[in-house]
Ligand binder design. Sequence first.
Ligand code: COA
Length: 386
Amino acid sequence: MSEQANRGLEGVVVGETRTSLVDGAAGKLSYGGYRIEDLAAHASFEEVVFLLWHNRLPGAAELEALRHDIAGNASLPADLLKQVRAFPAEADPMAVLESAVAALSFHDVDAADNSLEASRRKAVRLTGQITTLCAAWIRTRQGEDPIAPHSDLSLAQNFLYMVRGVEPDETASAALNVYLVLLAEHGMNASTFTARVVTATESDIHSAVVAAIGALKGPAHGGANTAAMNMFMEIGDPCRVADWFSDEVLDKRRRIMGIGHRVYKALDPRASVLKQHARALAASTGNSKWFDIAEKLELAARAEDFFIQRRLFPNVDYYSAILLYTIDLDVDMFTPLFVMSRIAGWSAHIFEQKRNNRLIRPKVNYIGPLDLEWEPVAERPVRSTG
Ligand code: COA
């Protein structure tokens, strides 16, 4: 007897968490009780990592210890760098991350230990190593040597230093820090759920993170930031927004990337903060073209009945695309930068899952035929493949 299926598991509650509260109706988000707006204004990414992993803010010494631990463990094994150099330059950077994170597990000193304590140590290393991998890939694919991480820098500063090889510019590091803080955690999103499913089988944190990267890659999830920037580039000029919206969205029913959300039926609070930062950053460079395109398109959508009725607003990916582009990062690296941040939330959920684990195993309604007669292969009629 079939039961009513819930497509997309919408509204299904699968557990409890202390990491974050996503209030989709009110458009509010907090990590461990702290409003996202306050964290974006005041916290370093490392402070947020501590908050998510320990459910409280760190003291000064604890914060410095974690920053130092992440930066001090961010180097990549020489063998792995050699492997990464052999990847084709045109490889999808998310596939590079999937492969390289899997390979990092061979080199981890705690590889054989799947305890909670060992997973916490691995999470510290993965947080730094993923940042180093992202920077190394940007340089390697251009034929440049990767730069080793600097143990005195914050994660945001270290990334820019490892990409550019010069002391990081304060405006860019601050903007990147805000981005990392805002994307660190978001309840039971698809990639976090994936990480929990893998962890629940008693598999290891590297496997859970590789699977989560795979889930984040899709344009319905983390891939939307790259897709949004490609869309802004396709529009190309603020004066083309109205025609593009009319032709592509209203006529062809194309989706606007970076708009809409499964949970938020009000404005995503991260989008508001990112919009302010993207606007200020664009103004500081003297080139507001991309911001203007994004804002004009947002306003066109928000004035249209279709979007009003379905309560479709910009999500986190919409203005983060403008912010990352303005600090001169490659468009196809936007989703790997999402990974650089979300490793914090994934790890927090992996720890929670390990502390209170039960195999995650839902059901599905079978809708195919039953009781068919077995036919030997030689006697089967030729059928077209549907
Ligand atoms: N542009 C235009 N229409 C959109 C839309 C968008 N970005 N997002 C959703 N819609 C429409 C759908 O066509 C659908 O319309 P219908 O009622 O006429 O069928 C309705 O809104 C509901 O969409 P649905 O796909 O069922 O919602 P969902 O909760 O399953 O999907 C997203 C949520 C995020 C996958 C979806 O909004 C989307 O594809 N957004 C663009 C990609 C994106 O930004 N992803 C990052 C999310 S953080």
